[in-house]
Design a protein around this ligand. Structure first.
Ligand code: AHM
Ligand code: MG
Length: 375
C-alpha cells in the first residue's frame, strides 16, 4: 500500500522528546537541548564510520592492484604519489581514476576513529551548555566543564565501543548515561560515582546496517532509526519490551576455561537443557551495543562474566554496564552482576569494571538462582 510506503506523520526524536517534556510543566527544555547535542554526535560518528569503512576497503583494493603490477612492496600498502600516478595511467578505466582523484590520498595519516569520535562528543556536550562533568572511556580523567559553559547534567559515555570491529565493517556503537549533579555546587567525581539507579536517562546508538538510537529517560524504551535522506532519527521502535524468555545466549566462550562454577553451569544448561526445553542458540558479535540490541529485540541473555584472569569481567560500570542495565530494566528485563542488581552497584572509580548478566527476565532469574545456590 502506498500509505505504508510513505509515512507522513514523522515522529522525529526531537519532536518525541519535546512531547515528553510538555508532560512536565516545570521543565525548561535543558534535557532536550542536551539530547540534541548527543544526537549530533551520533550523526557525525555514523557518517565517519561509513566513510572509514568505505575508504579502508577502497585503499585495500587499490593497494592490492598496486601489488599485482609490482608497484608496492610486500608489506608496504601505501603507494607513493608517483606510483599512484603510474598506476592510474596503467588502469585507465574511469572508475579507478575517479576513485584515485576523489578518495585516495597516498600516505595520508587518518585520525583513529575512536579518538575522532571522542573529540566530537566532548565538544558537542560542552557546547550544549548543559553539562558540568563528563566521563569518557577514552579519557583517563573526568572532564570538568569550565564554569561559563556549565549546566546541571553529568554525562558518562563510551564514544565508540567495539573498536576491534571497525576494520571489518561489523556493527559498533556509542553508549551514554546521564546523571543530575548532586547539589548545585562545584562538580566533582562524587557526581558520577553514583549507583546506576540514579541515572535520569541512558541510551546507545548502533552504527550497523542502519543507524539506530535507543533511548530511555525513565519511562520505557524507544528506538529511532536515522533516515539519511532527512538527517533525522525517526521513531521506528516505540515502547520496546524484551521477551520474557529468550532462545539465545551470547558470551565469549573462548574464556570458558577460566569461568566460575555458576557461569559454567549456566552455559552448559543453555546447550544441554535438563528440563526438557530446547537448547539455546549462540550469537556473539563482540560489540556490546550490537549484542545488547539483539538481546533487547529478540530476547535471551548477554553475559560478560568474571573469570580467573579478570575477576571483575571486562565491561566498564559507568558507561557500559549502567546504561545497558537501565535500558534492560526499562524494557522489562533484568541485569545482574553475579552479586546484586547491576543498578545498585556503587562505583568507587570512574573506569571500574563489573561482571554483567543481562536480558530477558526469566533467563536472568536462572543465572541469579545459580549464583544464590553457590553462596
Ligand atoms: P572495547 O572498549 O575495547 O571496544 O571493548 C569493549 C567490547 C564490548 O563491545 C564487547 O562486549 C566486548 O568488548 C567483547 O570482548 P571480548 O573480545 O573479550 O569478547
Ligand atoms: Mg568500550
Amino acid at each position: 500500500h502506498n500509505a505504508d510506503a510513505f509515512r507522513t506523520d514523522l515522529m522525529t526524536i526531537t519532536r518525541f522528546v519535546l512531547n515528553e517534556q510538555s508532560k512536565h510543566p516545570e521543565s525548561r527544555g535543558d534535557f532536550s537541548i542536551l539530547l540534541s547535542h548527543i544526537v549530533l554526535g551520533c550523526k557525525f560518528v555514523c557518517s565517519a564510520v561509513n566513510k572509514t569503512t568505505y575508504c579502508s576497503q577502497l585503499n585495500t583494493c587499490l593497494a592490492g592492484l598496486a601489488k599485482l603490477i609490482g608497484l608496492a612492496g610486500e608489506t608496504n600498502v601505501q603507494a607513493s604519489e608517483e606510483q599512484m600516478t603510474i598506476l592510474s595511467l596503467s588502469f585507465s578505466t574511469h572508475w579507478l581514476l575517479l576513485c584515485l582523484l576523489q578518495h585516495y590520498v597516498p600516505g595520508e595519516e587518518q585520525k583513529k576513529l575512536d579518538v575522532l569520535s571522542n573529540e566530537v562528543f566532548v565538544k558537542a556536550l560542552v557546547s550544549s551548555g548543559r553539562t558540568c562533568i563528563l566521563v569518557s572511556e577514552e579519557d583517563e580523567d573526568a572532564i570538568i566543564v569550565e564554569p561559563s559553559k556549565r549546566g546541571k547534567y553529568c554525562v558518562v559515555f563510551d564514544p565508540l565501543d567495539g573498536s576491534s570491529n571497525i576494520d571489518c565493517g561489523v556493527s559498533i556503537g556509542t553508549i551514554f548515561g546521564i546523571y543530575m549533579i548532586k547539589d548545585g555546587g562545584e562538580p566533582s567525581l562524587e557526581d558520577v560515582l553514583q549507583p546506576g539507579k540514579n541515572m535520569l536517562a541512558a541510551g546507545y546508538c548502533m552504527y550497523g546496517s542502519s543507524c539506530t538510537l535507543v533511548l530511555s529517560a525513565g519511562s520505557g524504551v524507544n528506538g529511532f532509526t536515522l533516515d539519511p535522506s532527512l538527517g533525522e532519527f525517526i521513531l521506528t521502535h516505540p515502547d520496546i519490551k524484551i521477551p520474557k524468555k529468550g532462545k539465545i545466549y551470547s558470551v565469549n566462550e573462548g574464556n570458558a576455561k577460566n569461568w566460575d562454577g555458576p557461569t559454567a553451569k549456566y552455559v552448559e544448561k543453555c546447550k544441554f537443557p535438563t528440563d526438557g526445553s530446547s537448547a539455546k542458540s549462540l550469537r556473539y558479535i563482540g560489540s556490546m551495543v550490537a549484542d545488547v540490541h539483539r538481546t533487547l529485540l529478540y530476547g535471551g541473555i548477554f553475559l560478560y562474566p568474571a573469570d580467573k584472569k579478570s575477576p571483575n569481567g571486562k565491561l566498564r560500570v559507568l558507561y557500559e554496564v549502567f546504561p545497558m542495565s537501565f535500558l534492560m530494566e526499562q524494557a522489562g528485563g533484568q541485569s545482574f552482576t553475579g552479586k546484586e542488581r547491576s543498578l545498585d552497584l556503587v562505583p568507587k572509580k570512574i573506569h571500574e569494571r563489573s561482571p554483567i548478566f543481562l536480558g530477558s527476565y526469566d533467563d536472568v532469574e536462572e543465572i541469579k538462582a545459580l549464583y544464590a545456590a553457590e553462596e
